[in-house]
Write a protein that binds this ligand. Structure first.
Ligand code: ADP
Ligand code: MG
Length: 260
């Protein structure tokens, strides 16, 4: 990949130390160098507490790196990039309908406020939620709520879609299904995605590259190119090459059990 012209995001020597009176200094991230190409799907995997969420917060601008820099590619002037964020919980407002939740500007980084009903309805159709536009969140299953969460992040056409364990609260079947739907959307739009997951197979199935992190302080242990042809299908997980990637990442993470 030619990083100079197509980079969507570049982290250069990012270091994050938190200091609190109670626990003293905690180094969450140490010397992170990462370039994410335009349209690339990159996952971060690593043990709990290795700084994955901290890294996303720094990219979002919610938290400042102690050292190092974050730069964005694309045509917009600095500071005008649009970022979409999906969390583990959909965080929908219970008193707003699905359509109204979708149009609630999740204004994290200069996302334009508002958006039209037509845009929202097109997104709801993409997500298979066309019939639920006027329902309220409590009328939806967990998987459907998270689809709305994803739609809310995508409806403003972000340059980078960031997802922090977006399927972590879902049952295994729903998780697989949403993963495949995300892949369909990605195949079509080729958005730049930065995806955090605890599931090694999920990272291999979805990603162009998997960034494997070390325990705290989080450093990059290795970045693995996933050369599995696209479009990928759930059946891809049954191929020997898939198993080899999973094994290689688990070894890096020192996971010896077969827990996902
Ligand atoms: P992960 O998402 O990989 O589980 P986090 O980025 O949430 O990791 O946290 C990395 C480390 O930084 C952890 O040890 C956590 O306790 C610490 N940490 C995260 N946020 C803060 C904060 N706001 N203040 C102090 N420590 C924090
Ligand atoms: Mg986290």
């Amino acid at each position: 990949m030619t990083m100079t012209t197509t980079a969507a995001l570049h982290l250069d020597g990012v270091h994050k130390t938190y200091s609190s009176r109670r626990s003293g200094e905690v180094t969450a991230l140490d010397d992170i160098h990462l370039t994410v190409g335009q349209g690339e799907f990159v996952s971060l995997v690593g043990p709990s507490g290795c700084g994955k969420s901290s890294l996303l917060k720094i990219v979002l601008g919610q938290s400042r790196p102690t050292r190092g820099t974050v730069t964005f590619g694309g045509e917009l002037p600095a500071g005008r990039h649009r970022l979409g964020m999906v969390f583990q919980q959909a965080l929908l407002l219970p008193w707003r309908t699905v359509r109204q939740n979708l149009l609630l500007s999740h204004d994290l980084n200069g996302a334009p406020a508002g958006g039209s009903d037509a845009t929202a309805d097109a997104m709801l159709t993409t997500l298979g939620l066309a019939d639920f536009a006027d329902k309220y969140p409590n009328e939806l299953s967990g998987g459907m709520q998270q689809r709305v969460g994803i739609g809310r992040a995508l409806v403003h056409d972000p340059q980078i879609l960031m997802m922090d364990e977006p399927f972590g609260a879902l049952d295994a079947l729903t998780r697989d299904q949403l993963g495949m739907e995300l892949l369909d959307i990605w195949e079509r739009d080729r958005k730049t995605v930065l995806f955090v997951t605890h599931s090694v197979p999920e990272s291999v199935l979805l990603s162009d590259r998997v960034v494997v992190m070390t325990p705290r302080p989080g450093r990059i242990a290795e970045i693995i190119d996933i050369d599995i042809p696209r479009p990928r299908r759930l059946e891809s997980v049954n191929t020997p090459e898939f198993g080899e990637y999973v094994l290689r990442i688990r070894r890096l993470l020192n996971i010896t059990t077969s827990a996902h």
